[in-house]
Design a protein around this ligand. Structure first.
Ligand code: HEM
Length: 491
């Protein structure tokens, strides 16, 4: 109680302690209103490591990018799963896996991510996504040559959500036969609406508000879970290995049926919540910059022109080599992620220990405290990226048009210069798939459509209220004009 009321005292060897004026609340308001600004200011005043009181917890921020590897290597003293699993249990309402964190069955569930989202499985998944993207695009692609108008965000969400959903969870062909394309479309529109309604409440849920108090989010999450009950999933065809193996593992763990379905909502959220805004910004920036647009179209035309379409289903095939060769699209995506990502990486100290930074400076950390890295400090550092707030489509290309990976600070080459997917043990296992699917989305929309922003001069800012949660969505939608191109028939 005394510590709670008076706040804790900094011990010798510990980093500077910034507690603000109010017990418990500490610097929460300053941090939440502008995390990047607050961290930059505090770094200026106190150096590369400092501890802040935020919502009653102690967060030690390490801001020097050369010390990120040091933090990542501390797996003995720093735990990432405890925080992530506890958070997921609270928000998604599935079983509390933190009790079984070190059990064989939980380890198996966790290892499924890497086994099914990378390596050979990645190619299968990417290929399925390409087919689904084309199916969704084809369905919404009128043949008449009139321009259509739709919000760019609504356009992106509609296409990417459905294609991504079908790729992971497969197709319900029985429902399609009974209800036709229009029935399936209505069902998918409802799923997108539920997903976005749940996702809108995410900042509040992340701040600790119980989902029971967010009626809309609760309703939307349960509606999604209803669609992902094993009973229903068993009727779907072409389920991804990822979901099939998770279903099998949860069945073996004897979770209750709603609990299993909620873990699938969690997976759905992980696969879409960042991908949708990243796809939005990638297309937005491409359309806003004449240079980016020209370079992207040239690359897409080079790869897709004259390509043989698959005879049976009339779809375009894009091999792994072709996808990898699209370095302009890759640079556009990386530049987009640099500008729009605002995630925070959090570890929990499982022991009292001493952290030695790259400079040799040491910082004592107490058991139970959080260690936090905020990659946006790197992404928007003018020394690493000149004109950091400007979109430069070729920032991640070298003189030969290949991927550039040498970025410097204090004349030293950085290992961690772009971290939208986190790093170390908790690095996003879906990162390769995410880049592939956004590349496919860009390639197909640029190939099939004439696209224009209705108001190209309007400026758009990211929604800062989601800082810390990944890719920031736009604060509002912008109108897109599009029509089918006449010359996209491949032979
Ligand atoms: C975790 C970013 C797309 C699956 C994460 C983390 C980040 C992230 C920052 C947490 C890393 C940490 O705490 O250090 C992104 C971004 C994406 C994206 C920016 C798109 C642009 C995807 C996709 C999938 C996916 C498409 C799956 C199909 C996951 C999973 C985790 C995760 C399962 C949890 C990993 C674990 O607990 O070990 N992602 N992600 N992500 N992501 Fe992604």
């Amino acid at each position: 109680w005394i510590v709670w009321i008076c706040g804790r005292k900094r011990r010798k060897g510990e980093p500077p302690l910034i507690t603000g004026w109010l017990p418990f609340i500490g610097v929460t308001l300053d941090y939440v209103s502008n995390p990047l600004g607050f961290l930059r200011e505090t770094q200026k005043k106190y150096g590369n490591v400092f501890t802040c009181t935020i919502a009653g917890k102690y967060f030690t921020f390490v801001t020097d990018p050369f010390s990120f590897s040091t933090v990542m290597r501390q797996s003995k003293n720093l735990d990432f799963q405890k925080f992530a699993v506890g958070f997921s249990h609270r928000v998604f309402g599935h079983a509390d896996f933190s009790a079984s964190l070190f059990s064989e069955s939980y380890r198996e569930v966790h290892s499924i991510f890497r086994q099914t989202l990378q390596g050979l499985s990645l190619h299968q998944l990417t290929e399925t996504m390409l087919g689904n993207l084309q199916m969704v695009l084809e369905r919404g692609l009128p043949y008449e040559h009139d321009w259509l108008e739709e919000g760019l965000q609504s356009f992106t969400n509609r296409i990417m959500f459905e294609a991504g959903f079908l790729t992971l969870f497969g197709k319900d062909e029985g429902f399609l036969q009974a209800n036709g394309m229009s029935g399936t479309k209505i069902c998918m529109q409802k799923a997108v609406r539920d997903f976005l309604a749940f996702d809108r409440s995410f900042p509040v849920l992340a701040a600790g508000v119980p989902i029971g108090l967010c009626a809309e989010a609760w309703k939307a999450r349960e509606a999604l879970a209803e669609e992902l009950l094993h009973d229903k999933l068993h009727h779907r065809k072409c389920i991804s290995d990822l979901i099939q193996r998770r279903m099998d593992a949860f069945d073996r763990m004897h979770l209750d049926e709603t609990g299993k379905a909620r873990t699938h909502v969690c997976m759905l959220w992980a696969s879409q919540a960042n991908t949708l805004p990243a796809a939005f910004w990638s297309l937005y920036y491409t359309l806003r910059s004449v240079d980016a647009f020209t370079a992207a179209c040239t690359e897409v035309n080079k790869v897709l022109s004259g390509q043989l379409i698959n005879n049976q289903d009339q779809t375009i095939g894009l091999s792994r080599e072709q996808l990898d060769s699209m370095t302009v699209l890759e640079s556009i995506i990386e530049e987009t992620l640099r500008l729009s990502s605002a995630s925070i990486m959090i570890r929990v100290a499982s022991n009292d220990f001493t952290l030695t930074l790259d400079s040799g400076q040491t910082a004592d950390v107490r058991k139970g405290d959080y260690i936090a890295l905020y990659p946006q400090l790197i992404h928007l550092d003018p020394e690493i990226y000149p004109d950091p707030t400007e979109f430069k489509y070729n920032r991640f290309l070298d003189e030969k048009g290949q991927r550039k990976s040498n970025f410097f600070k204090n004349e030293r080459r950085l290992k961690h210069f772009l971290m939208p997917f986190g790093s170390g043990a908790s690095e996003c296992p879906g990162r390769f798939f995410a880049v592939n699917e956004i590349k496919q989305f860009l390639a197909l929309t640029l190939w099939h459509y004439d696209l224009q922003l209705s108001d190209p001069d309007a400026t758009l800012v990211p929604d800062g209220t989601r800082a810390g949660l990944g890719i920031l969505p736009p604060s509002r939608d912008v109108f897109l004009r599009y029509r089918r191109k006449t010359n996209t028939t491949t032979e």
